[in-house]
Design a protein around this ligand. Structure first.
Ligand code: ADP
Ligand code: NI
Length: 213
């Protein structure tokens, strides 16, 4: 394997090994594999997609004190390894532009950014996405479901950033919207089954809920 990739994998693994909100090393591992698969099908640059997928959550505002501190974590690493100036810029641009931000993220210009965003979003849906949603909610102290709180529509970036809703409402506020927001055909095709499974899961959830009398 390429040395850049190997050393970046080891670095990210040590940084995110014990992350407890669903952004642990295995999330990174899955997103990287999915990004590589989509990249091959879509003809995107494999090295850029792999590096951006590996590093994408290290800079995330959720996992750092500030947005700037997160970006510094990635730039410090990129400055240590042998990437060209052009590759460095491409990787940083992708990482800084793919976050969902309640639907307030910027328009993506490069195919590589679309590939990595689709791969990250695929890990937020389906059976694994469901597990991550509840893990994230639990880590924030949010509850599973409250029938008296309805999902919010058209949240501002500030409202989305508070992340104070219930886990079940997060399906309506974000997860069920992701299939139609996929940017590549390959990502869209992969999203269909996962989307269907979430719909089925919610049906069962509400059936059980209403059967408890
Ligand atoms: P991004 O990193 O693309 O901006 P998010 O920060 O919205 O995306 O979400 C990252 C992960 O955390 C996803 O799996 C998402 O479902 C989960 N998550 C984010 N906000 C919430 C929330 N309020 N409740 C439950 N899960 C959440
Ligand atoms: Ni991620």
């Amino acid at each position: 394997m390429n040395n850049l990739i190997q050393s970046t994998m080891e670095f990210v693994r040590s940084e995110l090994e014990n992350e407890g909100s669903g952004h642990d090393w295995w999330h990174i591992h899955r997103v990287t594999k999915t990004a590589r698969r989509i990249a091959e099908k879509e003809g995107a640059d494999l090295l850029i997609c792999t590096m951006a997928a590996l590093l994408h959550d290290l800079a995330d505002e959720k996992l750092n004190e500030t947005e700037e501190a997160g970006v510094k974590r990635v730039t410090d690493w990129l400055d240590q390894i042998k990437v060209t100036g052009n590759q460095r810029e491409q990787i940083l641009t992708i990482i800084q532009s793919i976050s969902f931000k309640g639907g307030h993220g910027p328009t993506l210009n490069s195919l590589e950014a679309k590939v990595v965003q689709d791969a990250d979003r695929l890990d937020a849906i389906g059976a694994i996405g469901i597990a991550r949603c509840f893990t994230y909610a639990g880590s924030k102290g949010n509850i599973i479901h409250d029938p008296e709180t309805i999902p919010r529509e058209g949240m501002s970036l500030e409202e989305y950033r508070k992340r104070d809703g219930t886990a079940i409402n997060h399906f309506y506020e974000k997860l069920l919207r992701l299939k139609d927001l996929m940017k590549t055909n390959t990502g869209y095709e992969m999203a269909k089954q996962r989307h269907q499974f979430m719909e089925h899961y919610l049906e069962e959830f509400f059936d059980e809920w209403s059967s408890i009398k």
